[in-house]
Design a protein. Sequence first.
Length: 482
Amino acid sequence: GGDLTLSGRSGKKIIILGAGIAGMTAAYELGGAGYDCTILEARARAGGRAWTVRRGTTVTEIGGVKQVARFDNGLYFNAGPMRIPQFHVTLEYARKFGVAIEPFNNVNESGYYYNENVGELSGVKVPKRQAKADVKGYVSEMLAKAVNQKALDLPLTSEEKAKLVAFLKSEGDLNADLFYKGSERAGYIEEPGGKLDAGVRKDPFSLKAIINSGFGQFFSSEYSYDQQMMMFHPVGGMDMIAKAFEKKVSDRIQFHAEVQEIIQSTDGVRVKYKDLNSGALKEVTGDYCICTIPLSVLKEIKANFSAEMATAISKISYASAGKIGLQFKRRFWEEDEHIFGGNTLTNMDISSIYYPPTDYFAKKGLLLGYYAFGANADKLGKMTVAQREDYALSQGAKIHPQYFKEFEASFSVDWKKIKYNLGGWVAYTADDRKTYYPTLCKPDGRIYLAGEHISYITAWQAGAIESARKVVTELHERVMKE
Ligand code: PHE
């Protein structure tokens, strides 16, 4: 993180392909050292996948119909990145560019788990706090008993075993006999209140019901390094960061410029592009090229890469990902269910529902009706936009029956079908990282690749930024030695 300082200046011409976060980071940092950058961007906007859908946003997926977002002013959803870990370099740029941020509460115990075909708890919406109390309670009980019954072969003294049992007792909220008999942590059937109102606690589900529910499988998503609270997002939409970058480099972006061919020789790079406004074929030349086009797209573009690089580019797969924004005329999740941000997770195809982490108490609100990956995203993506809406509403209504009455408008995105992206993010296998990734990281003559796919922070804007910073540093060192 922090400032990138390039010592020494150069007037070399750099052609940057793509005005996403990686391309704009490269232009911004190189610009500071005097370079003459030109960014070619096929779209009419910068930001790439960092794309916020709000009133008036349009998209036509490959083979699909044109969608126009009919959301009310002020309501939005982030079709691409939506959350930022505290430690990502993305926040350093947001700070430097004066982009206001607010918490993105990725974790909220008031959200639900809802699974189908899991035995006794099938089709029961269980608040996360309740599922967590029961899973942790039973698991701690079993472990504490196993320790005390010497059922585990532990290299611990009896004093240490007592400490382990003490930990399990507090972790699981066990009683003095080390039984889990339910916990206040699960919440109440009737909330406690004033005077004689002690409240009515929830009874635990049975061990059998809890084990069959599969709820415990959801927990780890909240523990992974890059999903832990606190998380942040820009006030007003994720594209506020892209727009801030764009402001810094706008004089260097050529919009509506669709790359047709990349040709390098020993002394320079030529890029042929189609001006989508006029249809004319044009060309730019430079000393070097930084190509941030996703590999899924790049592999179809004519280029005289080395055979090794061309092979590497063609071998890498991209992940499926899809989202739908649903506008409701009333924030029933807040008003009726006291859920302020966070998400509900389910084994239905919709996978998850995210509650808006912004504008609490507003009149209307926009939910993420699904955020699906892999096969679920493909299934939803294959549907027409009307079918996706129906599907998101009918599955979501099993959790929130208010859906049908309060629904107003939707907008959905299947990243595999979005032109110039053709996928959510790169999906390297461990083998790809060994076989092809080193080639992708090396400059191919005068061409350097950058983007989230040239990082170990894939599927994050931070990966795009860090890769661009590495490329800029390497390129500058090379130029300074020339
Ligand atoms: N960064 C994306 C997100 O937070 C994709 C991702 C999902 C990455 C889950 C890691 C884990 O939604």
